[in-house]
Design a protein around this ligand. Sequence first.
Ligand code: PHE
Length: 346
Amino acid sequence: LKTDALTRIENAPDAAALEALRIEFLGKQGSISGLMKTLGKMSPEERQVQGPLLNGLRTETTDAIAARKAVLEEAELEARLATESLDLTLPAPEAPRGSVHPVSQVMDELAEIFADIGFSVATGPEIEDDWHNFTALNMAETHPARAMHDTFYFPDVDSEGRRMLLRTHTSPVQIRSMVEQGAPIRIIAPGRVYRSDSDATHTPMFHQVEGLVIDRDIHLGHLKWTLETFLKAFFEREDIVLRLRPSYFPFTEPSVEVDVGYSMDGTRRLVGGSGDDPGHEWLEVLGSGMVNRRVIEFAGLDPDEWQGFAFGTGVDRLAQLKYGQEDLRAFFDGDQRWIDHFGFDP
Ligand code: PHE
């Protein structure tokens, strides 16, 4: 029995045949199992002789099956390796990839440009109170400039009786910075702002970046240098032409509006050049000015010691100018095809 079992195991052609042999010899009804059962009926003397023999037979058979199994598995693996192959030169299947929205891209660029000239980034809440958005910026309850902001007000006052609104500009961050950190200050504040207005050039939510410098002996020359440096870096060209126009904001005095020359070739893409060139037009990009001393007072600083300048600019408009896009609303449609086209690989 033993030689027969071992040869047949040795020659089992595959895993299924080997399993059949295991059942034939070692299964419940198997021949070796049958022999083991006879031990119980033997006399003690007989059992002492047969016991070790049968146990040895069972162990040898079990080992032989395990050994054959290992050989068969090895052979199977070899066979698979020989037939299957991986082509490492095949291009990987394309995974969907995101891109950075042009508005986010521009805000990142602005933060970088201003970081180089010593500005840090400040933030404030989008749900703002009336005092920070208007009053402290020298716009009293009755100030006509309030009407120009098309403000989204909340229907009820908050628990402290404050009138809440969606901030109409990033200028309240000026107040928060002065109140919270005191002077000196050199910050920009990018973020979302809201006005009840919607057409091809206005969206009810848009983005601004505020700038604020508060220090001793700050004057208009610092403002002009800062804006020129920023716009040249942003548009990546030295021949940017700026035009500073006297203007009015309640929170700056004097106030200056800044225009850049831009192309009229229909792309809204900025090409620079003199504003007197035919085919060019001035485009307003910035509101700015020296911080009104009343605002410095409202924020709790002494205007005789601290002066400064502030500016505010529309990020979406800057993105439009730099990357060319007719309809401002396309920036906020959330159309993935548009974002893929105008976005940037991170
Ligand atoms: N907050 C102004 C606006 O939204 C822009 C501005 C900011 C003007 C800072 C002057 C100084 O139009």
